[in-house]
Design a protein around this ligand. Sequence first.
Ligand SMILES: C[S@@+](CC[C@H](N)C(=O)[O-])C[C@H]1O[C@@H](n2cnc3c(N)ncnc32)[C@H](O)[C@@H]1O
Length: 452
Amino acid sequence: MTDYNSKIVRWSPATSQLVNTFDSQSLSPKFNFGVKGFLGLKGNNVPTSLLTTTGLDVQLHDARDTNAICDLWITDPPYADAIDYEEISEFFLSWYEKRIPMLFPEWYADAKRILAVKGKGVSFNEAMMQIYTQLTAHMPDNGLQVVMFTHQDAGVWAELAMTLWASGLQVSAAWTVVTETTDGLSGGANNVQATVLLVLRKRGEVETVFDDDILNLMEDEVAKQLKDMQLLEGAGLAWSDADLQLATYAAALRVITSHNIHGLDPHKELLKVRARGEKSPVHLLIEQAAQAATRNLLPRGLDAAVWRDLESHERFYLKGLDTEQKGEHRSGVFQELARSYAASAWRDLLADDRANNVRLMTASEMGGRNVNTGPLAGTLLRHLLLAIQITAREDGPAQGLAGLRDDVPNFAMQHSRAITLLEHLGRLTLPHWKADAEAAQVLRGALMNAGV
Ligand SMILES: C[S@@+](CC[C@H](N)C(=O)[O-])C[C@H]1O[C@@H](n2cnc3c(N)ncnc32)[C@H](O)[C@@H]1O
């Protein structure tokens, strides 16, 4: 009913009816909002079960003081959040603070600023441990918790892992739910599309393992998670790299929280004051596991066998093009890729290095420079880029093709790899790649016709 009786409800002249509140995600009240009268609401099919209030018990508490026993706790914590939730309450309270105590004497009209768990660092970690320890103590052994989480930083994930671990919980499952729609509110292509839901159980007895072993276990789990998600992608779902990254962190958490790590006490780690930039051991583990996994994430449409034989800068370059193709140009993202693929000289491959405009050089922009010295020196990809540039320049494949035969050692052996890579580059739809992508297609055709 509230869905049709708020100031966000508006009249649609096109359909001659009211558009409900949750039709869009924006909080934009109207001056001339619409309302449905009681009879109008009758058609809304409100399930009668939702209108039954018997047996309901709603209580407001500081999460540290919860004292009811529940089989299921669902929390959505303000993790490293930049939002001042108490200010949102105060916005509404400024209208109602006089009336609430009058109409509902047992309620309070105070935003309880002092109790807000916020920020990060030691005091935040301490509060979070208290909350989750309290909730765990108020749940039966077979109970479960669901924690919602979206943060994109491995460090924050590490703290969450240690908080849950220190509170006697383990992650038993994790899945992502699409929370952002493409209704114009979300930003670039790397926006997080999903919230991760972590399912937690009481920890019970767990095995103690060493650093190296836990890392292997994490890498396996993360790889499995990515594979599952890629299968879903085949079924029509589209994940952004950020979604995949979130899911890998969640998988890493599943492993960390279901073991003890030799010599590592999560309580102590959470209460340690760290220097700027200093990373906790769990942070390093999550990062390593996620990097190992992203190394194996191939650019869309590329053949896995070809990918396996590529060198680090070749992988960076192709994955970088894939990233551009998704509309992503932030330098942090490229830096992260370079780290994952151990491509230390990645900057030499950039045509533009401005913070939000990063893009790689095209074949024509690379020209004939650095064929034997740059980051891609000596690789088949570099030779192919040169041949593409020549094909584009000469408006025909003959010279480029001859160059490949003369300059690439054992070219006959690399024939089919060359065709696959050219096919991949020929599919690029980036505007600045137009001429080179066409040249790649022409060159591929010539190579196929010429045989070995
Ligand atoms: C991410 S928001 C939850 C949003 C909510 N799920 C929704 O959809 O509107 C985090 C919430 O935790 C609340 N919070 C902060 N400190 C708290 C505390 N000590 N006890 C209980 N809740 C607290 C904040 O006021 C905020 O509303």
